[in-house]
Design a protein around this ligand. Structure first.
Ligand code: PLP
Length: 351
């Protein structure tokens, strides 16, 4: 049932977990769906306790907020912090949800272009902070560039951000970052920096349609976010499915392995096809200096039933994002890319 086949698209456009959901989560959801008529009374606290154990490092339940996906948590953070005409500093290119939700609150997104090497422009971001700035958004690893801010850079940003600003770090792809310099954000939380992280069950655990996510950070900065959550905001299936996924070690190992193998395979294939990419720490690889416009590639790949993503809406025109998947998904993607390159006369000739 969950195995994609040729008549289904090769889903390389949304960074889903193409291994499928955690089998333990699937089993839990199937069990609990029988009780769909019941309100989840204690489940919120139970999942929070599981996350306390999972995150460890001294975190307590009052430092964690749950939500219907991390996109939802990000929205509630903005609801808690933003008033009309407030300012929110963020990079461009980055995940477009921040800017969209900022507009919902009639606040102002101050977008700081990434540098030509795609690194976050730390100096320019800090310089953009004013007394009206309430939030500073960082996506780490960044979507759609796959670039990370390392521990020293994060330390620098947090040290130099004035205390009236809450720093929000979206760690949707944290589990795929294998750079040893990737920051452990709990160290900053424990050192009392005003920081909130968001994480999702949509990627590593394969639960994108269950809509499970959470935020964690300094208790003081999380409190206003927790205060506006609804009671019973998610269903039994979400709470139990997410809790089961957290203890599904085998699925986690398989997913990380898939991402690692997929990344290596993609680098090799992109090199073979003469396509330039930005090295990634996330669940996708983004192509730069394309020989054919990104929108043409996306449209023509659809003829092969392959979904790819043009990153223009992320503030990164002229680039193409390809999700990392299983080798069989990627093979379909590369067969399509190869066909498109040949059609447009850009297939590299071998001497
Ligand atoms: C950077 C980033 N943040 C947040 C999300 C939203 O995730 P969720 O499914 O938990 O709402 C995504 C989804 O692709 C993402 O790429």
């Amino acid at each position: 049932m969950s195995t994609p086949h040729q008549s289904e698209p090769a889903r390389l456009g949304s960074n889903e977990n193409l291994l499928g959901p955690s089998p333990k989560a699937l089993e839990a959801v199937q069990d609990w769906v029988q009780r769909m008529h019941i309100y989840p009374v204690t489940e919120d606290a139970a999942l929070t306790e599981k996350l306390v154990a999972h995150i460890g490092q001294g975190i307590t339940a009052d430092q964690i907020v749950l939500g219907n996906g991390s996109g939802d948590v990000l929205g509630v953070i903005m609801q808690a912090y933003l008033e009309r005409d407030d300012e929110v500093v963020m990079a461009t290119a980055t995940f477009p949800l921040y800017k969209r939700v900022v507009a919902d609150f009639r606040a102002k997104a101050i977008e700081i272009p990434v540098r030509p090497d795609y690194q976050i422009d730390i100096e320019a971001m800090l310089a953009a902070i004013t007394p009206r700035t309430k939030l500073l958004f960082l996506c780490n690893p960044n979507n759609p560039t796959g670039i990370i801010l390392n521990k020293a850079e994060m330390q620098d940003i947090l040290d130099r951000t004035p205390k009236h600003v809450t720093v929000v770090v979206d760690e949707a792809y944290v589990d795929f970052a294998d750079d040893p310099e990737y920051p452990n954000m709990m160290e900053f939380v424990n050192a009392s920096y005003p920081v909130i992280m968001t994480r999702t069950f949509s990627k590593l655990y394969g639960l994108a349609s269950l809509k499970a996510g959470f935020g964690f950070g300094s208790a003081e900065r999380i409190a206003p976010v927790k205060a506006i959550r609804q009671v019973y905001e998610s269903g039994l299936m979400m709470y139990h499915g997410a809790a089961a996924a957290l203890s599904d070690e085998a699925h986690v190992v398989d997913t990380v392995e898939m991402a690692k193998a997929g990344r290596a395979y993609m680098y090799e294939q992109f090199d073979r096809l003469g396509l330039e990419y930005i090295p990634t720490q996330a669940l996708f690889v983004t192509l730069k200096n394309l020989p054919i416009p990104a929108e043409t590639i996306v449209a023509e790949a659809l003829e092969d039933n392959v979904i790819l993503r043009d990153t223009t809406v992320f503030g990164l025109p002229g680039h193409l994002r390809v999700s990392i998947g299983r080798i069989e998904d990627l093979e379909r993607g590369f067969a399509s890319l190869e066909r498109i390159l040949r059609k447009h006369g850009h297939y590299p000739t071998t001497e």
